[in-house]
Design a protein around this ligand. Sequence first.
Ligand SMILES: C[S@@+](CC[C@H](N)C(=O)[O-])C[C@H]1O[C@@H](n2cnc3c(N)ncnc32)[C@H](O)[C@@H]1O
Length: 272
Amino acid sequence: MADQWKADLVGVERTALVTLYLRAVESRSEDSILCDRAAAEAVRHLDAGLRSLRMRLTVGDRYLVVLRSRQLDMWAADFLARYPDAVVVQLGCGLDTRVFRLDPHPGVRWFDVDLPDVIGLRRRLFPGREGYRTIGLSVLDPAWLEEVPADRPVLVIAEGLLMYLAEDEVRRLLLRLTERFAHGTLLFDGVPPWVVWSSRRLPEIYGEFTMGWAVRDAREVERMNPRLHRAEEIAVISQYALVPVRFYRLLYRMLDRFPPARDTLRMFRFEF
Ligand SMILES: C[S@@+](CC[C@H](N)C(=O)[O-])C[C@H]1O[C@@H](n2cnc3c(N)ncnc32)[C@H](O)[C@@H]1O
């Protein structure tokens, strides 16, 4: 029998199990959008910690997560096609399997950064590969920046991370990125203020963690760090046409007509 690892992450670290699990179940369906085989394989090694998640998550949740991952994969693949010697940094990487999905050229140096317990579980679940490293530090600790070379084009991806930080922490992180790296692309997603508000008031839905930072407008990010320039912005729900299950496709299509619902989760590409 395959090795079993305890999925005993707590607090915000536990959210890494949620996204892994949603990508894994979606990838098992015949009409999968993401086809994330590494995620499906990884959950086979995780124990009862995942069972409590299963009860709370709906089929609709999985499409938000896989549509987000798919779009970020597309932006990342485009960057890697232009810069085969790039550096990639994933902040708050969790148990994400992007490096396996994109399978970059061995010339790419890829760094996945998350809190130590998540990185510990990650190292047990996934094999190493050439050019790939994990860093078990908070993204708020500037020490991780010293571990990443600054002499190549850099792609920074923060998927499902910034909403868990406080506004001032986000500002400091964004400033540090452009102090360390001369040029690059930053990909991240963000939630509107009403989602942050409800995460504080509905703990039974959001679990043991709360959200801290909402993106009202991309210009706010440019004001936080004037070296960042918004290049693209896409609402996850606006990609409803890709959803294979008719009920959810129609639901997302309906939500797409109401900006507060459509903008529940938006993805951003910034250049610097
Ligand atoms: C919703 S999960 C997303 C994980 C991954 N990006 C994905 O899409 O599957 C949020 C992740 O952010 C990480 N995280 C939250 N605060 C962090 C911090 N200060 N430093 C590093 N990672 C952090 C959590 O541990 C968790 O793995």
